[in-house]
Write a protein that binds this ligand. Sequence first.
Ligand SMILES: Nc1ncnc2c1ncn2[C@@H]1O[C@H](COP(=O)(O)OP(=O)(O)O)[C@@H](O)[C@H]1O
Ligand SMILES: Cc1cn([C@H]2C[C@H](O)[C@@H](COP(=O)(O)O)O2)c(=O)[nH]c1=O
Ligand SMILES: [Zn+2]
Length: 194
Amino acid sequence: MFIEPSLGGKNPKDKKGHIEVICGSMFSGKTEELIRRLNRAFIAKQKVEIFKPAIDTRYHEQNVVSHNDTAIRSTPVQFASDILLLAGDCDVVGIDEVQFFDHQVVHVANALAIAGKRVIMAGLDMDFEGKPFGPMPQLLSIAEYVTKVHAICMKCGELASYSFRLSEDREKVMLGEKNTYEARCRKCFYEDKK
Ligand SMILES: Nc1ncnc2c1ncn2[C@@H]1O[C@H](COP(=O)(O)OP(=O)(O)O)[C@@H](O)[C@H]1O
Ligand SMILES: Cc1cn([C@H]2C[C@H](O)[C@@H](COP(=O)(O)O)O2)c(=O)[nH]c1=O
Ligand SMILES: [Zn+2]
């Protein structure tokens, strides 16, 4: 489990920003872990703002929702730059489904951390082809803290790092859940990959 190095004091001059990235395949618990960290920040009376890309309407228009139905309120935004405008004077910024933003999100995360905020992002590190997803490689490089979580392979029960697409669709962005994707280990992913 990720142990926060510090939750940051309330004194503005003590505030040191940093970036945390939670990555892994679908169903690996990224959103649950993001919600866990954000809830702890709420308990510490930190000012928290949560964002997600507006295209992610899978479970809810507004909330960030996990596959296990845990949820937290969020603000859907069209562009990463909107986050800079909306973060205001908060202490902690949470971003889910960060892989869907364009590369500007790298500059946004860096600017927020330089401004003293704790930035926690969750996203898919690989797409359905096993290729790096959007801005994730850069975000993983600039983060102070990286947590890779694992799902359970639906074919063999091993740990899973891949998201196997069950349909024939080839476009990179295709929202879905259990009916269209399966968590797979490396062996089971490449055995069936087209
Ligand atoms: N193959 C799987 N491996 C692990 N958890 C799974 C799997 N399929 C469904 N789940 C459920 O998904 C939950 C994690 O959901 P979530 O945090 O939304 O994951 P992610 O954001 O990484 O897609 C688990 O607690 C579990 O209830
Ligand atoms: C692999 C892959 C996934 N997606 C979509 C499917 C879901 O809507 C999200 C991932 O959500 P999760 O919280 O990580 O389960 O991304 C996609 O558009 N393209 C892909 O290649
Ligand atoms: Zn497997």
